[in-house]
Design a protein around this ligand. Structure first.
Ligand SMILES: [Zn+2]
Length: 221
């Protein structure tokens, strides 16, 4: 992106968008942030969490990495960026939900079926976090789709190995959600933890309403 383009974009934010959000930002600075959601997602440029969740400043605490993976809790002293984000979100911010969001056409998942560049030593290591989701088949669109979903379930399992997460989930203070975002459809499939299947968000919404007659009241359609 040329310098001129970048600086024009900064000016556009400062003069056009910021004034509309000024009060919101000021109160977020005065009172501090209190996001209730930790969003763990892939770094893919087509995944736009704020759009996806119809949200604004202060609402989402976001940790993104290649594949949207959750590293194992190993309590060793290392540079564990995603693990640090999980700890900060849970212990300091006290989020009520953690969303692990995979997506269609994920390059990280595809890379699990191919040979990464020899120089990509960190990526090769990092991709191990999705290895257990790989199917023993030749790569196909169907296999990739299913692997993307299996990888989300895998990260959720790994999240439960974080003591501070497990404790709060078991106490009913924290809720984990697994999502598979279909970029081309603008639609999210949500993991049903009981069936292990991903189902359209609208079916999940209906099920939630059936279980709780007040669910959906005072919420956007
Ligand atoms: Zn991805």
């Amino acid at each position: 992106m040329p310098d001129e383009d970048i600086f024009r974009r900064l000016r556009r934010f400062h003069t056009r968008y910021f004034p509309r959000l000024r009060n919101q930002f000021h109160s977020l600075v005065d009172q501090g942030q209190r996001p209730t959601v930790l969003f763990i997602g892939c770094s893919d440029s087509r995944v736009v969490p704020y759009l996806l969740m119809d949200s604004g400043p202060g609402e989402l605490f976001i940790a993104r990495n290649v594949g949207g993976f959750v590293p194992p809790f190993d309590a060793s002293h290392g540079y564990h960026g995603t693990a640090a984000a999980i700890e900060f979100a849970v212990l300091t911010l006290g989020v009520r939900e953690i969303i692990v969001c995979g997506h269609s056409h994920c390059g990280a998942i595809r890379a699990l079926y191919t040979e990464p560049p020899a120089e990509a030593v960190h990526m090769t290591k990092w991709l191990e976090l999705g290895r257990d989701a790989v199917l023993p088949v030749t790569m196909s669109e169907e296999a990739l789709f299913r692997t993307e979903q299996r990888a989300v379930a895998l990260q959720i399992e790994r999240l439960m190995d974080y003591p501070m997460v497990r404790r709060r989930v078991e106490a009913g203070e924290l809720f984990l959600r697994g999502w598979h975002y279909l970029i081309e459809e603008g639609k999210v499939l949500v993991l049903n933890v009981e069936s292990g299947l991903f189902e359209p968000y609208d079916a999940a919404l209906q099920a939630a309403r059936a279980n709780d007659p007040l669910a959906g009241v005072n919420q956007l359609p």
